[in-house]
Design a protein around this ligand. Sequence first.
Ligand code: NAD
Length: 432
Amino acid sequence: MNICMVGTGYVGLVTGAGLADLGMNVICVDKDASKISALAQGVIPIYEPGLEELVARNERKGRLRFTTDLVSGIQNAIAIFIAVGTPPKADGSPDLSFVREVAEAVADHMNDYKVVVTKSTVPTGTGKMIEEIIRTRNGKWPFSIVSNPEFLREGSAVGDFLEPDRIVIGASDAKAIEIMKEIYKPLFLRETPFVITDVASAELIKYASNGFLAVKISFINEIARLCELMGASVEDVATGMGLDPRIGPRFLLPGPGFGGSCFPKDTAAAADLSRQNGYVFELIEATIRVNAATKSRMIEKIRGAVGTLAGTTAAVLGLSFKPETDDIRESPALAVVGDLLAAGVRVRAFDPAAMENARALYPQLTYAKDAYDCAAGADFLVLATEWNEFRALDLERLGSALKCKAMIDLRNVYDPGEMHQAGWKYTSVGRP
Ligand code: NAD
């Protein structure tokens, strides 16, 4: 089956290459010509473990191609997946202009029956909007509308695509459901659960899932704050809570607040969507406030550990919003960097993959070649993103590179007892 994937970013590239791996003929389209020419030369424009191999394997088999030519992409495919960005506008609502652009192109250039599949995260009602655009501009050809939200996580996106927890398909008619089942047949045969529903419910499943996860993170961040105030250990509290199967142990790690391109954007969009429909989603709005407060509390934690900040030098380890990605969108680590700079601190930084992206936003930082180089001559160290390579640092070497053996560990990577034993002034999140 021929598929056109419009948008070749974190989601479109992984999904396009993943669908090719499932046996589809996929043409990936992006309007960013530099991205497409890099991909055509085998250069993957993002850092995502396993992606280079997945793309190369499917290009070799002739099932995966890259182009900027949206018209031929639309005309040669039966299913057109929309995987373009839906970034937040100033009022929190998602900018759907890229989605609209693609819907208009489909309407103007379709040459047969098409299934138009939304992979981008969009508010409930977007499927209807796409349907109206196509119907208004092109009354001639039949088409179906599908919502097929994506749940992959950056950093483990390839595995998440090939072994998903579930596939959600919201469709306007039975023909589209059959085509979607055919596309995902190899996953169906591997007993992946399928949720087949209407378009509006599928669209809402994505916001409900990300909203719930954001609530869980904010909940444990508030428990961590309580632990700090009362001398309890958030790790033990989380273990004790997580053993209840109704709660579960995952996503109970406290830290500097959630970030990335999804949770902040999707919680804001869910709050906006509710208000647009005359309802205030109190829990989500509180979660957004708790997250903002959690992020801004980190500089106070650092000040509490270090004292006067102006004129000092910080070593910051980790800049991406989570490990195993170069994505810095809404990164809590960069929020900390911004607060340090505002407090008059010079910042030395190191990240295994995100320094190029960070440099564009913060050219004034000193970018180091590794963790030890980053620590060299700094007054204290902030561990901001828990990359694996920061989990087993040579602490003696690190300590002797710093002016003072002070670590503020915003990801609870190290053991407080062992750190104090080794002579570190050590502060973490929610642990005595
Ligand atoms: P991205 O910014 O990495 O990629 C979007 C791509 O779309 C860009 O390369 C851009 O050039 C391209 N594009 C925009 N308009 C276009 C057009 N008219 N024609 C062709 N290409 C066009 O975004 P992303 O992180 O891949 O996210 C895409 C969508 O998937 C968003 O709605 C996001 O919320 C959702 N999502 C993201 C993740 C994630 O982890 N990143 C996970 C699940 C869902």
